[in-house]
Ligand binder design. Structure first.
Ligand SMILES: [Zn+2]
Ligand SMILES: [Zn+2]
Length: 272
């Protein structure tokens, strides 16, 4: 028994510019005690899961940090799960799908689904019916005994975009994911004593003045890790224009000297 984390996408919403090596948009797979949990659901995620040897039909929990299109390709995964269930399966989990969304996003999602599938009259087919769980700041749910999902509001999109970061507590360790955020109290709380902190690092070195939109630079990620007592730090959602060693130096300048990685797609961590 263990907690496994796999980075399926450490990139952002663009590729193919400035000769930056391609990385996939945000998504993290967490496997713990038979649960397959997805943090963020970006485009083409089912292919990346398949390439990683995971059947997307068996992803039962999907937690989405916010609705920016690089994080929230939900209709595509729902449609794929629905049709996969419709086409026949021997595993009951293909019918299960719990989707965790900030409460206003959970309220509005049916309109998005209806835009894609008006013929469904707002519903789903063949006993496949995803459950939408509305989250507010401080949300907590026990997914199974000893495994708790918590969510905290974070600052993003000039503070106008409803966004949350997550924390999954398990008997083997705690993984925290900021989603897209600027420096804020929510990010510090969700990262408290985490064994692994996955932090949004989209702001370039020396350009922290742009952080008001709601992203962090590497020094700010280090600051969050230091003040929250996180043990390990993955910098993710970075543009790829700064040298990794320069990003790490910035983290050290914050005073955080824990294990730090400029994460690549396919990055893995395991806690026992
Ligand atoms: Zn965003
Ligand atoms: Zn983003």
């Amino acid at each position: 028994m263990s907690l496994k984390v796999l980075a399926l996408g450490t990139g952002i919403c663009v590729n193919g510019v400035h000769h930056i090596p391609d990385r996939q948009p945000p998504a993290y797979l967490i496997e713990v005690d038979g649960l397959n949990i997805l943090f963020d659901c970006s485009e083409g995620i089912r292919f990346r899961l398949q390439a990683a040897g995971i059947d997307y039909g068996l992803i039962t929990h999907v937690a989405v940090t916010h609705a920016h299109p690089d994080h929230a390709c939900l209709p595509q995964l729902i449609q794929a799960k629905l049709c996969r269930h419709l086409w026949g399966t021997h595993d009951a989990r293909t019918a299960e799908m719990k989707i965790y969304l900030q409460k206003t996003l959970a309220r509005d999602f049916p309109q998005v689904w209806n835009w894609h599938q008006p013929e469904n009259d707002g519903g789903y087919w063949n006993e496949f019916a995803p459950q939408f769980i509305a989250m507010d700041d401080g949300f907590e749910e026990e997914l199974k005994p000893g495994i708790n999902l918590k969510a905290f509001s974070v600052y993003h999109g000039y503070g106008k975009h409803p966004a949350m970061g997550f924390r999954l507590e398990t008997p083997y360790g705690t993984v925290a994911y900021t989603g897209d955020t600027g420096l804020c109290e929510g990010a510090r709380i969700l990262a408290q004593s985490a064994d692994l902190l996955i932090a949004d690092c989209q702001v370039r070195v020396g350009q922290e003045y742009t952080g008001g939109y709601g992203h962090m630079g590497p020094r700010q990620c280090g600051d969050i890790a230091l003040k929250s007592g996180a043990k390990r730090l993955w910098l993710v959602h970075y543009m790829g224009l700064d040298e990794p060693q320069v990003m790490i130096s910035e983290v050290r300048a914050s005073g955080f000297f824990g294990d730090t990685v400029v994460a690549q797609d396919g990055e893995r961590a395991e806690f026992k």
